[in-house]
Design a protein around this ligand. Structure first.
Ligand code: FMN
Length: 200
């Protein structure tokens, strides 16, 4: 592993009414210049697909988000001004992949380019080893479903933490795949940008 940023422990003691978070969940496409704190990023990534039950000799770990056959095939890459990172959920840290700012590739719409955080949901077909995944159509379909759960977790956390977010299907996947230097079994499913809400 290269350079990595150990995130502060997620604040699992935070409380916010679930029904209110559901009522306030919204796609928001504007953000202030205020950067997200490492604590916000830690909480957000844990909410997205952090570990809720560590692995044991008998069984694999569990995440906040479900995944078909517990494949955990969705990886979150995090694009920030200081580079591209992979969220290593087991260690709860960000592993640096690139030192350049690739956020402008998070979405094709211009207003997405200024978002402080770009979450890139990447499926890794090499993790989909169950016999139920018979072909790439099934792998792609399941990856879309599983990324959706993660995205909704991020939406709900953002509603509770008063952050602005929107999930994006309008992504130039081919270009972003190249820019990120992804391997062949990795495919970009969608992205989600996050920023601080505007004052007032
Ligand atoms: C799979 C998916 C892809 C989306 N892609 C985009 C996108 O590329 N750009 C965008 O501005 N919004 C995108 N959205 C957000 C939708 O426009 C938004 O969810 C919808 O208008 C309903 O608004 P709400 O999320 O506030 O309820 C996407 C939503 C989903 C579920």
């Amino acid at each position: 592993m290269g350079y990595s940023i150990k995130l502060p422990a997620p604040r699992k003691d935070l409380t916010f009414p679930l029904m209110q978070a559901l009522a306030e969940r919204r796609s928001k496409r504007k953000w202030s210049d205020k950067p997200l704190s490492e604590q916000d990023i830690s909480n957000l990534l844990w909410a997205a697909c952090g570990i809720t039950k560590p692995e044991t000799k008998q069984s694999k770990s569990k995440r906040t988000a479900p995944s078909a056959c517990n494949s955990q095939e969705i990886k979150i890459y995090v694009a920030r001004q200081d580079g591209l990172f992979l969220f290593a959920e087991k260690e709860h840290q960000l592993v640096q992949i690139l030192t350049k700012d690739i956020r402008a590739n998070s979405g094709t719409q211009k207003m997405m380019h200024s978002a402080p955080l770009g979450l890139i949901y990447v499926t890794d077909y090499s993790r989909m080893t169950s016999i139920f995944f018979r072909n790439n159509y099934q792998r792609w379909f399941i990856s879309g479903v599983d990324a959706g759960f993660i995205s909704q977790n991020v939406y709900l956390y953002c509603a509770a933490a008063k952050l602005n977010t929107v999930v994006l299907g309008l992504v130039n996947r081919e270009k972003l795949h190249k820019v990120m230097g992804l391997k062949e079994p990795e495919k970009i499913v969608m992205t989600q940008v996050v920023g601080s809400s505007l004052p007032g």
